[in-house]
Design a protein around this ligand. Structure first.
Ligand SMILES: Cc1cc2nc3c(=O)[nH]c(=O)nc-3n(C[C@H](O)[C@H](O)[C@H](O)COP(=O)(O)OP(=O)(O)OC[C@H]3O[C@@H](n4cnc5c(N)ncnc54)[C@H](O)[C@@H]3O)c2cc1C
Length: 479
């Protein structure tokens, strides 16, 4: 079988199918694996992530995938999240001794960047999510309502929206609240913050992203397959309305028993013949799925300027600062010598306003914010800086977008799809991409009469939530 695309979706499908005994041939157009969640070497020799990527404790399929490819040990998990507002007030989120859903209550109560009224309004909305087990009834209205509308209905204060909901959700979903389907927003809080006390833990790679995938090529090739880089697929070969192969440059063709297209939806739309778009209903609306940008800004200072491993900034253009030097530091190394300089990476999600701005203007803007947040940086020399703009970083989780997301199995025999944008129920994340790959593998295996399960369950609810749901299940079971 053939997989087209070596991002997380294609790799997850490839690994699952190789494990199931298939000879997998994976074709990736770029010289490295990882797709959007990758890293590469700049002309000056610096190895940079395409953009900082983080995972959460609730991302069970990504964790399973990392384990399968031997990369789980390369992710550092953090229990404490750090926040800073322009007035210099620090806030932290860390689980205390109370069980879920109250595990974050202590740090939330002490969270200085929010006032009591803001906290009360947030608590009210959280109670609504809890009461409805993450499924408030108005989420389904008119094919979905926006997160901002959902929050307004729950009378959230302006500051609660700006300094809490927006901060968490723009980073998690890469879209502004008025363009985000409330279903995704509520789900983030239910899965990451309420139903399980470990769901919010943040996982950050301790190596450049491309290094996470070293095991993939090895694993596929060990089982008789191959991973071919610099191999852009140029089109589909159709014979009598059936998919019979894929086309490469110079007229080269490859054939297989089944094909998993794991490319972004914009790329797939360019590859599909018009006849397929018209005959396969689920592929007719790919152009309705919009995209959203993320901008990464990389700073190299001549000395350490930051102590925390990462920091969330409130009320600024820069949303996160990651201390890459600390994150890459080998925690197992006995010799802990102080680093000479420090490498920081800033992340700005839904960065529509930055897309047209010149790079130097973005550097100046973000450097000013770093000086405010990290006073030590004012005395440091900025050795170099880089801006990486990803105009189509993720699909936009607009209200109703799920209508346009196709299932992994199509009505065209032998054609399967994977990608964060396919129908996974999840927003555009590494977890969503891996889920799609597993679902594509499961769909393919079902058609061969040898079904196998790869999709991992969500984190089990724990604490009071488990007791409460358990009680409810017993009650409904006895009815
Ligand atoms: C800047 C940025 C920051 C992000 N931050 C986070 C984060 O912190 N946490 C998180 O969970 N997610 C994050 N994401 C989202 C995450 O990266 C994606 O959801 C995920 O990587 C998508 O994987 P995929 O396999 O579906 O698609 P992709 O990674 O896009 O993979 C598709 C692959 O197909 C290849 N391809 C395309 N066309 C062809 C062709 N014709 N022939 C052969 N190969 C082809 C591409 O080169 C690519 O390798 C971020 C994304 C970006 C861009």
């Amino acid at each position: 079988m053939i997989v087209i695309g070596g991002g997380l979706a294609g790799l997850a499908a490839g690994i699952a199918l190789a494990e199931s005994g298939w000879r997998v041939r994976l074709f990736e157009q770029r010289p490295f694996l990882g797709g959007r969640a990758t890293s590469y070497v700049l002309p000056d020799g610096e190895h940079v992530d395409n953009c900082q990527h983080v995972t959460l404790g609730c991302c069970t399929n990504l964790e399973d995938f990392y384990t399968r490819i031997g990369a789980a040990g390369k992710i550092k998990f953090f229990d404490r999240l750090y926040f800073l507002d322009p007035q210099g007030r620090h806030g932290e989120m860390q689980a205390g001794s109370l069980p879920a859903p109250f595990h974050l209550t202590g740090s939330f109560a002490a969270f200085a960047p929010l006032a009591l009224l803001d906290k009360l309004s947030i608590a009210r909305a959280m109670l609504d999510i809890l009461r409805t087990k993450g499924k408030p009834s108005d989420l389904q209205e008119n094919d979905g309502i926006s997160m901002l509308e959902w929050l307004r209905r729950r009378r959230q204060t302006k500051r609660a929206i700006e300094r809490f909901w927006r901060v968490v959700l723009v980073s998690a979903l890469d879209e502004e609240l008025d363009r985000t389907d409330a279903r995704f927003g509520v789900d983030v809080f239910w899965k990451a913050f309420l139903s399980n006390s470990a769901g919010y833990r943040m996982g950050v790679p301790a190596v450049p992203l491309a290094n996470l995938y070293d095991g993939c090529k090895w694993e596929i090739e060990r089982r008789g397959g191959e991973v071919v880089l610099r191999a852009p697929v140029r089109g589909l070969k159709m014979e009598n309305g059936e998919l019979s192969g894929i086309r490469f440059d110079e007229g080269r063709e490859e054939t297989a028993d089944a094909y998993v297209f794991a490319v972004p939806h914009t790329a797939l739309a360019g590859l599909l013949p018009e006849s397929v778009k018209q005959s396969v209903p689920s592929l007719a609306n790919l152009d309705k799925i919009k995209v959203a940008p993320i901008t990464g800004v990389h700073f190299w200072f001549d000395r350490p300027v930051m102590d925390e491993p990462f920091l969330t900034l409130l009320d600024t253009t820069s949303q996160w600062i990651f201390n890459k030097t600390a994150l890459y530091a080998d925690s197992n190394s006995k010799e802990q010598t102080a680093p000479a300089g420090q490498y920081l990476q800033l992340v700005i999600s839904a960065s529509y306003d930055l897309l047209q701005k010149p790079r130097q203007e973005i550097i100046d803007l973000c450097l000013g914010e770093v000086w405010e947040a990290l006073p030590a940086a004012r005395d440091a020399e900025l050795l170099k800086a880089t801006v990486i703009k990803e105009a189509a970083a993720t699909f936009s989780p607009e209200p109703g977008v799920d209508r346009w997301r196709p299932k992994q199995q199509t009505s065209l025999p032998r054609l399967f799809l994977a990608g964060d944008w396919t129908d996974t129920g999840w927003p555009a994340t590494m977890e969503g991409a891996v889920r799609s790959g597993y679902l594509a593998a499961e769909a393919l295996l079902r058609t061969t009469g040898a079904p196998r399960k790869f999709l991992q369950p969500d984190l089990e609810p724990d604490g009071f939530i488990a007791m409460w749901l358990g009680k409810q299940n017993t009650a409904s079971g006895s009815r």
